[in-house]
Ligand binder design. Structure first.
Ligand code: SF4
Ligand code: SF4
Length: 89
């Protein structure tokens, strides 16, 4: 990603893929859909998917990973400086 700060172009490394689902392990319980506060999981044709734009919208709370008893979700925090930034105020 590129951002402009005071006329300078800064290159910020992307997060890479930090969440994935193994549909062979998924039992279609729907917990990931229920628990995600930003509605990034969905069911289509009886399969579970994560939204294509999850890297921009994910809160990195790991709730989906925690509730998946089937171990179908792989989650890792993005490398330092590449994920979400919380600001107060
Ligand atoms: S929580 Fe896990 S097993 Fe349940 S629907 Fe989501 S990915 Fe599948
Ligand atoms: S880590 Fe949290 S916000 Fe991101 S997809 Fe999972 S439940 Fe949703």
């Amino acid at each position: 990603m590129k951002i402009e700060i005071d006329g300078l172009t800064k290159h910020i490394p992307g997060t890479g893929d930090f969440i994935s689902i193994d549909n062979n392990k998924c039992n279609n319980c729907g917990r990931c859909i229920l628990v995600c506060l930003v509605n990034l999981w969905f069911r289509k044709d009886d399969k579970i998917y994560i939204s294509e734009d999850y890297k921009e919208k994910c809160l990195e709370c790991a709730a989906c990973y925690q509730v998946c008893d089937a171990n179908a979700i792989k989650f890792q925090y993005p490398a330092g400086g590449t994920g979400i930034i919380y600001e107060k105020g």
